[in-house]
Design a protein around this ligand. Structure first.
Ligand code: SDX
Length: 431
């Protein structure tokens, strides 16, 4: 625990309470309220946790005002430009960039865990073909606990590590199988001669009838998308994984819970919702109507891909993603993509509008990712599964960190109760 030489004094009526203040290596100080209820008999109130630090962590740091994102201290733009996803996975899991030998060992381990138990194929056939692939992923990833019993004991460090490797390696295979099943094509097995991103593209787009050669530029863009989504501090799905893990649930159940939470359009589902919104807008001349709707308090419509709980400046991932969108669309010869044209005009119009600039609503990671994924040939329903497979390493790194935290307790928030006080039961004849 960090320096507690500073205290906050809370006065309630004639009483005052000293609350320790902890200073981080970066970011705001925190007021330690763990003893508050016991001392003062009051709860704090923070629905949505806008002012609440739920844990200690050393994995990812975000400065929302500067638009800064660090993984173990390394800026995301440097990692996106110079590193690659499996190296970032190693960094998130173990805290340091690997030596060449350690990286090769890690990549070999992941590569040799990419197949799933053959009997798990049966799960897919129980779903409707038109099931959303996120529904399939929640089910099949959770079902991993029914097959990999030798890596479910959370008290065994080696089992925790094997479960981490299995999840990073197998979730892309499950996502690709969910896609293949949804389009009625046969599953494509992983290949050990391909790197992580190329293997995922091959499992999604190869067919038995002919050879599929992965374009290295698309593989690089796919890898960059994985890297940009790898971890993001204590977001809703990561907090879900931590809360599930605090009860001692097995890693596969915890990651399935994270996938379920990510699915929502306010979170990881925003990339699908954003592309559907851009297509509904259709062309730049319709933008003013949608900007007006987004500003109208009586209209639930929001600009998907805009705004963020933490970033009150540009999301640094969106900046990198925008560059990638230009590269990929140029490569594919679709630089005149009407959706991209609408996206760029919408970004320009929104940023020029005081409503968005005053509320600090800038494009987030989901604004451009869908454009790249669609250009690559993915249907919108696959956008969030791709976010989920990318974020699996972040979830599992935070899961491991929490299990190693001596302060860890089961998460159990309280409430501000506004319901009925005690009253007696009324027999039905008297109601
Ligand atoms: C992700 O937490 C993470 O780190 C998440 C993530 C990760 O990597 O894990 O970064 C991934 O989830 C990115 C966000 C993707 N979601 C979207 O793009 C959906 C659209 N965005 C909004 O739903 C919203 O901006 C949130 C959910 C992202 C953030 O919401 P907050 O922080 O709770 O902010 P808020 O809802 O309180 O909004 C503040 C004000 C409100 O107006 P007032 O009530 O103050 O007048 O801004 C307005 C909102 O109405 N507002 C928007 C808006 N987002 C917020 N108005 C129009 N369009 C929007 N997109």
């Amino acid at each position: 625990m960090s320096d507690t030489s500073k205290n906050a004094t809370l006065r309630i009526g004639d009483s005052s309470y000293e609350l320790p203040i902890h200073s981080p290596t970066a970011g705001p100080d925190v007021i330690d309220i763990r003893k508050l209820y016991g001392q003062a008999g009051v709860f704090t109130y923070d629905p949505g946790f806008t002012s609440t630090a739920a844990c200690d962590s050393t994995i990812t740091f975000i400065d929302g005002d500067k638009g800064e994102l660090l993984h173990r201290g390394y800026p995301i733009d440097q990692l996106a430009a110079k590193s690659h996803y499996l190296e970032v996975c190693y960094l998130l899991l173990y805290g340091e960039l690997p030596s060449a030998a350690k990286l090769e060992e890690f990549e070999t381990t992941i590569t040799h865990h990419t197949m799933i138990h053959e009997q798990m194929h049966n799960f897919f056939r129980g779903f409707r073909r038109d099931a959303h692939p996120m529904a399939t992923m929640v089910g099949v990833v959770g079902a991993m606990a029914a097959f990999y019993h030798d890596s479910t004991d959370i008290n065994d460090p080696r089992q925790r590590e094997v479960a981490s490797h299995r999840l990073i390696a197998k979730v892309p295979t499950i996502a690709a199988m969910a896609y293949k099943y949804s389009i009625g094509q046969p599953f494509v097995y992983p290949r050990n001669d391909l790197d992580y991103a190329a293997n995922f593209l091959h499992m999604c787009f190869a067919v038995p009838a002919e050879e599929y050669v992965v374009d290295p530029i698309l593989a690089r863009a796919m890898d960059r998308i994985f890297t940009l989504h790898a971890d993001h501090e204590q977001n809703a799905s990561t907090s879900t994984v931590r809360l599930a893990s605090s009860s001692g649930a097995n890693p596969f159940a915890c990651i399935a819970a994270g996938i379920a939470c990510l699915w929502g359009p306010a979170h990881g589902g925003a990339n699908q919702a954003c592309l559907e919104m851009l297509k509904e807008i259709g062309s730049p001349e319709n933008i003013p109507e949608y900007i007006a709707r987004a500003k109208d308090k009586d209209d639930p419509f929001r600009l998907m891909g805009f705004g963020h709980r933490v970033y009150k400046n540009f999301d640094p991932r969106a900046t990198v993603m925008k560059q990638s969108a230009d590269e990929v669309l140029d490569l594919l010869g679709v630089e005149n993509n009407p959706v991209l044209a609408t996206a760029k005009e919408l970004e320009k119009a929104a940023l020029a509008d005081p409503y968005f600039s005053e509320k600090k609503l800038f494009p987030n990671v989901d604004f451009y990712s869908g454009i790249i994924l669609e250009a690559m040939g993915f249907p919108t329903a696959m956008f969030t599964p791709i976010f989920a497979l990318s974020r699996t390493v972040g979830w599992i790194s935070q899961w491991k960190e929490q299990l190693a935290d001596p302060q860890m307790k089961i998460g159990r928030p309280r409430q501000l109760y506004r319901g009925e006080t005690t009253r007696d039961y009324v027999d039905i004849e008297n109601r």
